[in-house]
Design a protein around this ligand. Sequence first.
Ligand SMILES: [Zn+2]
Length: 88
Amino acid sequence: MANNFADLVLGGDQGTWLLQEPFAFDIALMRIRCAACNTVSSLGSLAVDGTTLEALVKCSDCGSDLLRAARTQNGCVLEMQGARQLFY
Ligand SMILES: [Zn+2]
C-alpha cells in the first residue's frame, strides 16, 4: 500500500525523487536556460510581474516568457514553455 502521494502518482520509484527535488529546492537559487536565446539566468535575479493570481518571469536578455504560475479555481498551474532547462 502506498504511504505517500508520490507513491500513488509515480509508483514510488527512484525517478519520483529526482522529479521532486526541483520543487523542494529554493526556487530563487535555481538557474534557468531560456529556450529562445539560450541565456542562463539565476531565477532570483529575474523580476517577477504579477498579482496574487498570476506570476510571470521573463528572460532578462530577450524578454521571452520563461515561467508562468497561475492560481485557478481548480488549483495552481506552472507553465515552463519558455524554459529549456532548470539547474538546481
Ligand atoms: Zn531569452
